[in-house]
Design a protein around this ligand. Structure first.
Ligand code: ADP
Length: 267
C-alpha cells in the first residue's frame, strides 16, 4: 500500500498540472479568437467611411469638380466621412486603453448636476442644426456631490443622453432624473423614442452591436458608445442597467456614490 500511495500522489500532481495547462491553452485560444473577431469587426467598420470618402473624391476627379455646387456638396460629404472615421478611431483607442487597463481613473468630488448641465449645453449647441425637438425635464431639485472620475462620467452622460436624442422621433422627450438614496445617487435617462427589442437588450453593450444596421448608419454613431459606458462604470464599481419597450422608449440607469447633497438656494 505504502508504495502505491506516492505514485498516486505524483499522478494527482500531474493531473492537476495537466488541467491547469489545458485551462491556459483554452484561455489563449479564446484570446486569439477574440482578437481575430475584433480585427474583423474593426476592418469592417473602417471600410464604410473609407469607401465613402474614396467615392466622393473619385467622383470629383471624374469631372464633378468643375461644377461649383456639386463640388461643395461632395467635399462636405467627404469631410463628414472623415469626421466619422476620426470618431471611430478615437473611440477604438479609448476602448482599447480601457480594456488593457492603461487608462487611469482620477477620482474627485464634484457636482453631478453640473456635469449633466454641461452635456445638455453641448447638445443644445448641436441641436440648433437638428429638426428633432427634444424637451428636457430635469427632475432633481438638489445638487448632488459624488466621488468619481469627472471627465469619464461626463462621457457616460454624454453617450447616454445623445443616444436618447438620436434614437428618438420628432417632438420626442428626454427626461433626466437624479435621485438620492442612502449612500448613492441614481441617474435615470429616459426617452420615449423607438425602444429596443428584448432580444437585443443584452447585446447593446457589446462593441459594434447595433439593433438595426441602418439605424446607426443614418445617425453616424460608432457602435462603441455603450461599450465605453459599460467599461467606465465598471471602473467605478458601478453597472449600467436598461429597460425598454419597442415603440415606447427606454430608460438607462446607473448609480454613483453620494458624498453629500445640498440645496442650490442654501448650499
Ligand atoms: P451607436 O454609435 O450605434 O449609437 P451605441 O453603443 O451607443 O452605438 O449603441 C448601440 C446600439 O444600441 C445603437 O446602435 C442602437 O441600436 C441602440 N440604442 C442605444 N441607445 C438607444 C436608445 N436610447 N433608444 C433606442 N436604441 C438605442
Amino acid at each position: 500500500k505504502s508504495s502505491i500511495s506516492p505514485l498516486r500522489k505524483i499522478n494527482a500532481v500531474i493531473n492537476s498540472y495537466a488541467v491547469a495547462r489545458q485551462k491556459e491553452i483554452d484561455a489563449l485560444q479564446k484570446n486569439a479568437e477574440f482578437r481575430r473577431e475584433f480585427i474583423a469587426d474593426i476592418s469592417h467598420e473602417l471600410k464604410t467611411p473609407i469607401f465613402a470618402t474614396q467615392g466622393y473624391i473619385h467622383t470629383l476627379l471624374d469631372g464633378a469638380i468643375d461644377d461649383k455646387q456639386v463640388r461643395m456638396k461632395f467635399l462636405k460629404r467627404a469631410a463628414k466621412s472623415l469626421d466619422s472615421l476620426d470618431n471611430l478611431v478615437q473611440d477604438l483607442l479609448t476602448l482599447n486603453q480601457m480594456e488593457s487597463g492603461v487608462i487611469k481613473f482620477v477620482f474627485e468630488d464634484f457636482d453631478l448636476k453640473e456635469v449633466i448641465e454641461e452635456v445638455m449645453e453641448e447638445l443644445e449647441h448641436k441641436a440648433s442644426k437638428r429638426k428633432v425637438q427634444i424637451d428636457f425635464k430635469y427632475e432633481a431639485d438638489k445638487n448632488y456631490i459624488t466621488h468619481a472620475d469627472r471627465q469619464k462620467i461626463y462621457r457616460v452622460c454624454q453617450n447616454l443622453i445623445f443616444n436618447a436624442v438620436k434614437y428618438n422621433h420628432d417632438k420626442g422627450e428626454v427626461i433626466i432624473g437624479l435621485k438620492a438614496h442612502k449612500n448613492h445617487i441614481q441617474v435615470d435617462i429616459k426617452d420615449d423614442g423607438q425602444g429596443i427589442p428584448p432580444e437585443d437588450l443584452k447585446r447593446i453593450f457589446e462593441r459594434f452591436y447595433r439593433v438595426e444596421k441602418s439605424r446607426n448608419k443614418k445617425e453616424g454613431g460608432t457602435g462603441l458608445g455603450l461599450a465605453i459606458v459599460k467599461h467606465i462604470l465598471e471602473g467605478h464599481k458601478s453597472k449600467i442597467s436598461v429597460s425598454s419597450t419597442v415603440g415606447k422608449g427606454s430608460i438607462f440607469s446607473f448609480s454613483l456614490p453620494l458624498v453629500k447633497e445640498s440645496n442650490p438656494e442654501n448650499p
